[in-house]
Design a protein around this ligand. Structure first.
Ligand code: ATP
Length: 233
């Protein structure tokens, strides 16, 4: 469903991606891991049209989306939850969720406000609170809830558990796991390897703007020398 081919990108004259290729199959979850600054966020931003490519192609269901505007890509069913979560400080939880809701681009499993509140009961409790009154965990739940309400085909998450308390991390992981089999494809970047290995079917390891390994989650998780070499764990 998602295919990135030989992505090259640069900040000014400084190259950051040196030919990243990856693919996510329908209804499968892809994890991207790597040390800080290796190009994970840049890869995601390139896919959603927030970072221009100097070469390469991004395909969604076989159709090239490289060079398209981010809002167009969003309308094609791609939801992106950035690292900073992008929560509007002055809107209430209910306003943010209501504004995000969009008709699905695929059949089946539909996300509604009730369903989001069901999955994240804390958001229901905080529905009248403004974005700037929420904790980090609540903001992340809101960002994910908002993305789900766009009824995407592809959900892209950048560091969804960064800086969150262990209990919230477990809750977010549980919600993401529960999306399995719902027809949604997920691409997740996270520094928390346990989270990635827990959620993803397939994992891509990036180092210095290139893919250095990829494979089934369990295979990568079990390759201690690889993890040691590229992640220092
Ligand atoms: P992190 O986990 O720290 O976000 P990352 O793997 O996601 O790391 P990127 O954020 O994609 O890495 O950054 C890749 C490289 O590009 C880094 O060397 C970073 O310093 C550089 N970089 C990122 N954003 C910019 C920018 N706006 N201008 C210049 N260089 C940047």
């Amino acid at each position: 469903m998602l295919e990135a081919r030989e992505l090259h990108a640069a900040y000014g004259r400084i190259p950051v991606l040196y030919g990243i290729s990856l693919a996510a199959a329908p209804d499968r979850f892809l994890g991207i891991i790597g040390r800080n600054g290796v190009g994970k966020t840049t890869t995601l931003r390139s896919i959603v049209g927030l970072m221009p490519l100097t070469a390469g192609d991004v395909r969604l269901d076989g159709q090239s989306i490289a060079g398209r505007q981010t809002h167009e890509i969003a309308r094609m069913g791609v939801a992106y939850v950035p690292e900073n979560r992008g929560v509007f400080p002055s809107l209430t939880v209910l306003e943010s969720l209501t504004l995000a809701a969009r008709a699905p681009t695929r059949s089946g499993d539909i996300w509604t406000l009730e369903r989001v509140f069901d999955v994240f009961p804390r958001l229901a409790e905080r529905r009248a609170n403004r974005g700037d009154q929420l904790s980090g965990g609540e903001q992340q739940m809101l960002a994910i809830g908002r993305a789900l309400l766009t009824n995407p085909r592809l959900l892209i998450l950048d560091e969804p558990t960064e800086g969150l308390a262990p209990l919230i991390v477990l809750q977010i992981r549980k919600v993401l796991r529960s999306l399995r089999g719902s027809g949604l494809t997920i691409v997740i970047v996270d520094q928390n390897l346990e989270t990635v290995f827990d959620i993803a079917d397939h994992v891509v390891l990036i180092s210095r703007g290139s893919v250095v390994a990829q494979g089934p989650s369990a295979t990568i998780a079990g390759d201690q020398s690889l993890l040691n070499q590229y992640l220092g764990v």
